[in-house]
Ligand binder design. Structure first.
Ligand code: NAP
Length: 286
């Protein structure tokens, strides 16, 4: 068997056509969707992520405001800037690129962003709403994975999903989203005793670890769907995911590539959340 690719670039482009139309519709109603992106310091990877987010906004017509600050920006100054943006009616989404320098408490900054502009979906109010099934901003990466499953018409009801990784921004919300779609969910992590045993039972595996080859072909049930969230560099410096792509594509029914899989979908769902936020502000103000 050779697995079919779930192409995150193609799906993103398809979705972004619709987003351009939504943006134009909002503009015609007097609201230009606006996203503020804050970057502190000169982390090379963060600079690339931020650039891609700004470019994606431009592509669909969302106004983006990129604020770059030096590494030594104080926590108080960052919080003051967030507070200003919270009160700026032209800004519908606020994103503070992580990681932040060590002297800044990232949790404090995340909680300072108004939950109504938290388009990353990291605020505890949004995390709690996701857990209880209330409407909220879903974190972009797991939401993008759900869209990828939706794009192949995959019905999760009664399926067994294994999520490898339990971070607050990927693994845990991923598990909750799968649960909401009636999958039976197992969450694995660094203390899981027998990862292979769990993975071999899975119809869907989402790997969100940040380690090369955490999932290999012998750990995958024939016909399973494999979503690779990981972003790593191999010995040659090439971007790759958490899973042994070449081996697993001989066993799985569908697989996401890295690059060109979950990465672009994460940005696409950021655009989606920003448009939802602008739409909500329009409803509040009319
Ligand atoms: P994280 O906060 O470091 O979490 C990693 C998780 O993996 C932890 O829960 C950890 O378990 C678990 N883990 C570590 N080693 C393991 C092992 N050997 N077996 C099973 N589980 C193990 O990372 P994250 O923020 O969730 O990100 C995960 C990966 O996704 C990274 O490569 C990141 O770059 C990538 N990512 C990609 C996108 C995208 O847009 N494509 C977006 C976000 C993140 P413990 O909890 O026990 O420590």
């Amino acid at each position: 068997m050779s697995a079919q690719l779930i192409d995150g670039n193609a799906l993103s482009q398809q979705m972004r056509v619709d987003f351009s139309a939504r943006t134009q519709s909002l503009i015609s109603q007097g609201t230009t969707p606006g996203l503020a992106v804050i970057l502190v310091g000169d982390n090379a990877a963060s600079q690339v992520y931020v650039r891609n987010k700004v470019k994606a906004c431009e592509q669909v017509g969302i106004r983006s405001v990129l604020e770059k600050y030096p590494e030594n920006l104080s926590e108080a100054d960052l919080l003051a800037r967030v507070d200003k943006l919270n009160h700026d009616p032209s800004i519908h989404g606020i994103l503070v690129q992580l990681p932040l320098p060590a002297h800044i408490d990232a949790d404090k900054v995340t909680e300072a962003i108004s939950a109504t502009k938290d388009v990353d979906g990291f605020h505890v109010a949004n995390a709690g709403a996701l857990m209880t099934g209330l409407p909220c901003f879903w974190p972009c990466t797991p939401h993008g994975c759900m869209k990828m499953l939706e794009s192949i018409g995959y019905d999760l009801k009664g399926k067994h999903a294994v999520v490898i990784g339990r971070s607050n921004i990927v693994g845990k919300p991923m598990a909750l989203m799968l649960l909401q779609k009636n999958a039976t969910v197992t969450i694995c992590h660094s203390a899981t005793a027998d990862l292979k045993h769990h993975c071999l039972q899975a119809d869907v595996i989402v790997a969100a670890v940040g380690k090369l080859n955490v999932l290999t072909a012998d750990m995958v049930k024939p016909g399973a769907v494999v979503i690779d969230v990981g972003m790593n560099r191999d010995a040659a410096g090439k971007l790759c995911g958490d899973v042994d792509f070449e081996g697993i594509r001989q066993v799985a029914s569908y697989i996401t590539p890295v690059p060109g899989g979950v990465g672009p979908m994460t940005i696409t769902m950021l655009l989606s959340n920003t448009l939802d936020s602008a739409q909500q502000s329009l409803s509040v103000n009319t």
